[in-house]
Design a protein around this ligand. Structure first.
Ligand code: PMP
Length: 406
């Protein structure tokens, strides 16, 4: 496999790289979307200013240069994910579109009535609804893996419930609500033991840990650029070459064809087959800059940094009687909690007055809220710009909430 991020480290105090984070503002909503470093903003500005042109079509130099830059980004993503070939990297709008693409083009053609799909209780709606839509269309059924007592996907239960009727497993590599980290390799081994394919939703994993799809031995992997310090509107679907090869197009249009006539149209090989229309050219350049940025820090260093912030948060909030902490102790960069008698929206509003930005709600995971027995949680999530002082501001804010509602 190709080398990927990790290893090299420098001190993690990167708030100065982020013009959108003023002094004294604790931004703790990176799981929703990450702030952008100047390097990404500069790449986007250059892309729209001096360098702008279309890709894959122009005969003039500027367009040829832009095509080279666009395809260099595809190679960068392939290396970043440990993919065998850049032709396995499909640029999509985000994880949501990546999952819908696999549901439509793989599951929609490979599954038949009576087949089963395996999900888990902690999935984001975008890793539930597309499977429900395709299941309804083809007559497949969905089964749901329960969670362990500390809110991780229970792989022993998965092992016990999977059958040869299961053709596809789709799981979050890291939960967006709880930060629970999946043992993706074990999940893939269990899926493959019955001949099922496995898709991992890497939205929250890719910004927080080194990911290698070859080591995970998964079949599909998706993530969104905007959670990786890159632009919105761009994301990645990685799929094994032999699976992408047999998948029909998701959308028809320009750039995805081989030859078009009214008698018969033939399609381009992957990844072009799945990239109909003029792509998000500058988004791709921004994503490349974002990967360069996280690699300059090192994913291992980022993971260690966020792990320390999670430990500090859980230790402090665990001291407050009325606080319930969800998720495992070793969650990756994300802490969900509730306060007895206080709605999470009120927690969020009071924290906002103290310049602490958290998320409150169901986090697009309503089935998980049911499992946790709540309507909503408060969630703090970390990024490279956060420090212990942000945690301390959060904890002071929570103490204030408990005083107000005492
Ligand atoms: N899966 C997970 C685990 C997520 O956290 C998110 C975003 N909250 C998504 C999928 C969907 O990503 P997007 O909205 O960028 O397509």
């Amino acid at each position: 496999t190709l080398p990927h991020a990790g290893g090299e480290t420098r001190p993690l105090d990167h708030v100065g790289d982020f013009p959108a984070i003023p002094y004294g503002w604790a931004y703790l909503d990176t799981a929703a979307t990450a702030q952008k470093p100047q390097a990404v903003i500069d790449a986007i500005t250059r892309g729209y200013a001096t360098d702008y042109a279309t890709v894959h079509r122009g005969v003039y130099q500027r367009s040829a240069d832009m095509t080279l830059a666009y395809e260099a980004a595809r190679r960068k993503v392939a290396t970043f994910l440990g993919a065998g070939s850049e032709n396995e990297i499909v640029f999509v709008r985000g994880a949501t579109e990546g999952i819908n693409l696999v549901a439509h083009s793989w599951a929609g053609t490979q599954l038949k009535a009576g087949d089963r799909i395996l999900l888990s209780e902690l999935e984001h709606h975008s890793n539930i609804v597309p499977w429900q839509m395709v299941a309804e269309r083809v007559g497949a059924e969905i089964d749901v893996i329960p969670l362990t007592a500390d809110h991780c996907i229970d792989l022993d239960a998965m092992q016990a419930m999977i059958t040869p009727q299961h053709k596809l497993v789709a799981l979050a590599h890291v939960s967006n609500v709880l930060g629970s980290v999946l043992d993706g390799r074990r999940a893939a081994d269990i899926a493959h033991s019955v001949g099922a394919k496995i898709l991992l939703d890497g939205c929250q994993a890719v910004p927080r840990m080194a990911v290698d799809v070859a080591a995970l031995d998964c079949d599909f992997y998706v993530f969104s650029g905007h959670k990786l310090y890159g632009p919105t509107g761009i994301g990645v679907l990685w799929g094994r070459g032999e699976l992408l090869d047999v998948m029909p197009p998701y959308q028809g249009g320009g750039a995805m064809i081989d030859r078009v006539s009214f008698a018969k149209t033939t399609y381009a090989p992957p990844p072009g087959r799945f990239e109909a229309g003029t792509p998000h050219i500058v988004g791709v350049l921004g994503l490349h800059a974002a990967i360069d940025y996280v690699e300059s820090i090192g994913l291992d260093a980022i993971h260690a940094h966020e792990t320390a912030l999670v430990a500090r948060t859980r230790a402090a909030l665990g001291q407050i009687n009325s606080v319930t902490l969800f998720g495992p102790e070793d969650s990756a960069g994300i802490v969900s909690f509730s306060i007895k008698g206080v709605h999470p929206h009120d927690i969020g509003t009071i924290l906002d007055e103290a310049q602490v930005a958290i998320r409150a709600g169901h986090h697009c995971a309503q089935p998980l809220m049911q499992v946790l027995g709540v309507d909503a949680t408060a969630r703090a999530s970390f990024g490279v710009y956060n420090s212990a002082s942000d945690v301390d501001a959060l904890v002071a804010g929570i103490e204030r909430v408990t005083r107000i509602f005492a």
